[in-house]
Design a protein around this ligand. Structure first.
Ligand SMILES: [Zn+2]
Length: 296
């Protein structure tokens, strides 16, 4: 374990269960802390393979090949820390986690009860990526259903601020965060781990390496967007405006779900991702607002 000056880590000698959306979120968020854990379990909610277009652009012939590469990359990155980790995967298609929330919540309940961690470490609700917000929501829902509730901490990801994206900081909506600065040795190790994400080198290079920021998860109001719109993922062309995400989250808390609405939500996302400029589809969506909301 690396000796550090500065504040004590709340994770030292704990069994930490990281519940994250993608294969690189765990290292970006907390990679420099891994060697202080007693045990590390990592649960990936999505397969990390967003679209065929992205897979082809990165040199993969199929989504399955891209997803397999992402799994290999994360295993190799975590191995760099010299910490044995146990991996779990739900295999939900990347970018689509919000359409599978009821099933994700049920599976997280089982996984958390089965793993029995001392602490859960997961995403903040921050509007940066639709899957990150979906995982934050699902973790909070799963914990609310469990008799034994491990403390939930979160790592800082990224969110939109004005016209830019800020990384490695939280929205100002929780307890004062805990900043754990990285020593030169920590930085070198984290860089080595990040270098293993061959298919994501352009993404991981954008994150700061001077420290890692954590806080106990606040009580969120998931009926509201995490911050004033537009959210980061609304600007990325990933097919999810905030009202669509909020509708999917609201539906996930109901025992009786409207399958017509679920079909509509999936169709909207498909149309927005792949035909964002089609006048026919734009007109059709304008003519049939989703639950009375204008989401186009
Ligand atoms: Zn991610």
């Amino acid at each position: 374990m690396t000796e550090r000056a500065g504040p004590a880590s709340p994770f030292t000698d704990c069994h930490v269960l990281m519940i994250v959306a993608h294969q690189d979120d765990e290292v970006l968020g907390a990679g420099a802390q891994f060697n202080s854990f007693d045990q590390l379990s990592i649960l990936h909610v999505t397969d990390g393979a967003g679209s065929m277009r992205e897979a082809r652009a990165k040199g993969f012939a199929s989504l399955a090949a891209y997803a397999a590469a992402r799994t290999r990359e994360v295993r190799s990155a975590v191995a760099e820390a010299g910490v044995p980790a146990v991996f779990h995967a739900l295999g939900v298609r990347c970018l689509e986690a919000c359409f599978h929330l009821p099933s994700i919540i049920r599976q997280l309940e089982r996984a958390i009860a089965g793993v029995g961690p001392d602490i859960i470490l997961t995403h903040a609700y921050e509007g940066g990526h639709q899957d990150h917000d979906a995982v934050a929501f699902a973790v909070h829902q799963a914990i609310s259903h469990l008799p034994l509730k491990p403390p939930v901490w979160e790592f800082a990801g990224y969110h939109r601020s004005g016209s830019s994206t800020v990384r490695g900081v939280f929205l100002p909506n929780g307890e004062p965060p805990l900043w754990l600065p990285l020593t030169e040795a920590d930085r070198a190790l984290k860089r080595q781990m990040l270098d293993r994400f061959h298919s994501q080198l352009d993404v991981v290079a954008q994150f700061p390496l001077d420290g890692e920021l954590f806080r106990p998860a606040p009580v969120y109001d998931f009926a509201q967007p995490p911050h004033q719109r537009p959210l980061g993922y609304e600007l990325e062309g990933w097919g999810i405006p905030a009202p669509l995400w909020l509708t999917a989250a609201r539906e996930a808390t109901k025992t009786e779900r409207s399958w017509r609405l679920v079909v509509r939500l999936r169709w909207e996302m498909w149309a927005r991702r792949f035909h964002p400029d089609s006048p026919r589809i734009v007109n059709l969506m304008r003519a049939t607002p989703l639950l009375g909301r204008r989401v186009w």
